[in-house]
Design a protein around this ligand. Sequence first.
Ligand SMILES: Nc1ncnc2c1ncn2[C@@H]1O[C@H](COP(=O)(O)OP(=O)(O)OP(=O)(O)O)[C@@H](O)[C@H]1O
Length: 832
Amino acid sequence: MTSFQSTLGEEAGIAEELAESQQAISIAEFFEKNKHMLGFDSGARGLVTAVKEAVDNALDAAEEAGILPDIYVEIEEAGDYYRLIVEDNGPGLTKETLPKVFGKLLYGSRFHAREQSRGQQGIGISAAVLYAQLTSGKPAKITSRTQGASEAEYFELIVDTDDNEPEISVEETTSWDRPHGTRIVLEMEANMRARNQLHDYIKHTAVVNPHARLELREPQEHFKFERATDQLPEETEEIRPHPHGVELGTVMKMLTATDSQTVSGFLQEEFTRVGKKTADSVIDEFRDRHYGREMRWRPPASREDIDLHAAVSNATSNKGADATAAFADAIADAVDDHDRIAHHELLEVVDSAADAVEDDHGTTFGDTVRENAVEAVWLALIDARELEDETEADADAASATDDNPSEPDVSRLVAGLYELADEATSTRKDDEVIHAFAERFAAKFEDAREAEENVRHRLTRTELEAYVDRAADLTEEYDDITFGDTARENVVDAVWGVMSTVPDDPPLVRELNNDRDATSNLVDGMRATDIMAPPTRCLAPITEDLISAGLEKEFDADFYASATRDAEVHGGDPFIVEAGIAYGGDLPAEGSADVMRFANRVPLVYQRGACATTDVVKSIGWRNYGLDQPGGSGLPNGPAVIMVHVASTNVPFTSESKDAVANVPEMEDEIELAIREAARELKSYLNKRRSMQQRRKKQNVLGKILPEMAEKVAEVTGREEPNIDDAIARIMNNVLVERGVEENGDGQAVSVTVENNSSTNESLEITDIVTAEPTGLPDDATVVEMDGEWFIKWAPEVSSNDETALEYEVADGAEFDLDVKGVESEKLTVKQ
Ligand SMILES: Nc1ncnc2c1ncn2[C@@H]1O[C@H](COP(=O)(O)OP(=O)(O)OP(=O)(O)O)[C@@H](O)[C@H]1O
C-alpha cells in the first residue's frame, strides 16, 4: 500500500494533491448520509417522524395565527409504499416561502426567535420531504391556501441535494375546500411496525393540546380527538436573552452587533430583566474581576503613634501655614471618619479637602500637592515604620516600656491582617501561628508595593487567593501546622469582604470588542449578579389544572397531582418544568410506572433511556413517596403514570431528532423539584389511603364482634341490647350523625345530632331530604322544595369531642333521607 508518507519528498506538491480531493459538502448531502440524526433511521421510525414534524408544524402555525388547530392525518398503503397526508387549517404559506420551507434544509422562522415553539431548527419538514424522495423517488405534493386567498397554490417538489435548494416539478393554482391551511402528501418506503409509538404520539399530543382537534386514520384504525377547550394556549412573546447562562461566544457576537456604546447601555438594551440598577451591579462584579478590589486599612487609633496631620503637613510645601494646616486637618479628620479606607477612597478624601481649602484660602492645590498628600497618608496608613524618622525618639522611648499596651509591636499591615485572619480561622489555631501567617501575608502586600507593582493594594480575588496560599504554605512549612483549604478560603472571604470595589469606568463596548479576557469577566459578572428570573410571557406552560385534566382525560386513575415550577434559565433561555402523576384506578399494577415525556407540548416517544427526564425519575427514591422501587433506584413499580413537561425557548435536545432532553444540570434540578412536588401529594394521598384502609379493617372486625358481645351481655344481664353504632363510633373516634324522632302530639320532633369523636375539628355538609314541609328550622339551615321533597341543608362546624344538633318539626308520616358530606366515609357513622 502506498502511503502518502512513503511518497513524501519524492514528489513535490503533495499538499496540492490532497487539496484537490477536498470539497464542500452540501448540508442536504450530509443529512442524506446521516438520516438517523433526524429520526429517519428506519421505515417504521421514518413514518412516525414525518407525522410528528408535520403535526408539530401545523400546531405551531395555527397557534401562532390564533387559530384553533384542526388537523387531519392519514396513512394509506400505496403499492410498495405508504402515503402520508397531513392537512391543517393554519394560516397557509405564501407562494414565495412554500418551496423553501419544504425544499430547503435549515430554513425556518424560529431558529433565531426566543419564544417557545415546537419547531426550532428549520429542518423537520424538509427532512421528511428528503426522506420521502430518497426512499420512493416521488416528490412532495403540497397544497396551501392563505387566509383570504381565492385559490390555493399547488407544488410538487424535491430537495436538490447538491445545492440544498427546492427543485420544483409542478407549480399551479388550484381550488381547495379549506378556506386556509396546508396539505402535505408524502410517499415513502415505510411500515407500520411503530404503530404503538404513532398512536402514543397522537394520543399524548391530544392530552397536552386540549385546544386541538386531531384525527388519525391509518390502515387499521381510526381515532378522533375532539378538542376539550376553545382556549388557545397563552400567546407567547419573543424575549431578549437573559444574562444568566449566555455563553462567552454569544456575548462577543452581541457586542459586535449592538448599537450601544457603553457596557451599561449594552446590558440594558440587549438583555431581558436588566435596568440601570442591575447593569450597575453587573458592572461592579465586572470591576471586581477586571480591576480587582482595593484593600481597606483601618485609620490609626488615637493610641497609635501616627500623626496623619504631620504626615500631610510635611508633604505639603509652599502653601502657607494656614492653608497647609487646614488641608492637613481636613484630611486627618476625614480619614478618621472612615472605619476602613482604600486607596481610591483616600484619593477622594484628599481631593475634597484640597477643593475645600482652595475655596476657603484662595490657594491652588494642584495635582502634585494632592499626590504627595495621598502618598504620605497612604504610607502612614499601611506601615507605621515609615514615620519612624520623625518619631524615632518617641517610639524608642515607648518600646522600652515592655508593658505599654498602646505601642503596636507589629506593623499596621500585620496587625490589620492578623485581626481578619484570627476571626476567620478556627479558635484552635495558635495565636503565634496566626501572627506568623499575618506577617507573611502582609509581606506580600508590602513587597508588591515596594516593588511599585501594586502601590494601591489592588487585587483580584484570584491574586488574593495566591497571597493567602503563599503565606499559608510558608506557615505550614516553618511552623509545622496545617493550614487547610477551609481556613484559607475563610481568610480569603474575610479579606475580600473588607476590600472595596474600585470605581474605575468600565471599558466602552468598542474597547471590549476585541478583548476576550475582559468580555469573559463581564460574562462572569453577569452570572454572579442576582437578576430577576426571565419573564415567562415567551413560554406557554400547560399549567397545573390542565395537566391534571389531561391526565384525567387519558387515564382512569384514583388520584392525580400536578406541579408547575417557576421559570429558570439555561443558556440565556428561560424554561419551565411541569410534572404530573396519575395513580391507581385502571392503571396496570404490574410492571414499572409509565413515564410520559413532553418538550414544548410535543410528546417524546423515542430514546427514553437517553433522556434527562428518565434519568431524574430513576434517581428519585420512590419508596419515600410510597411507591415500590426494587433495589431503591430505577423506575418505580405500580399503577402510576409520571409525566414531565419541559417548556423552553430553546430545549436542549440530545440530537436534531428531538427525542430526548440533554443532561443539563439546571434542567435536571428543576425536573427533580417538579416531580418531587407532585410526588409529595401522592405520598400524602397514599398515607391517608393506608390509614383509611387500616381503619376500615378495624371497623369491620368491631362490626362483627360487638353485636355478638352485645347479644351475649343482654342475654346474661337480662337487659336491653346496648347501642352498637354509638359504641363503634366512639371506639373508632368517628363522627356520628344520628337522627332522633319523637311524636309530639301534632307531628314529630326531629333532631339530627352530630357527635365529633375525632381528634380534629370537622366541617360537615348535611342534607336531610324530607317528604313533608319542615317547620321550626334554625337560622343556619336552608330549605328548598323540589317535586314534593324538602331539601334541608345544614353545614355545621363541630370541634373535636363536641356535639351539635339540628332540630325541626314535621308532620306525622313524613319520611327522611340523610346525606352527609365533608368527612371521609371511613371516619363516619350515620344512623337514621
Ligand atoms: N403547516 C405549516 N403551516 C404554516 N407554516 C409552516 C408549516 N409548516 C412549516 N411552516 C413554516 O416553515 C418553517 C420550517 O419548518 P420546519 O419543519 O422545516 O422547521 P421548524 O418547524 O422551524 O423547526 P424543526 O426543524 O425544529 O422542526 C417553520 O418555521 C414555519 O415557519
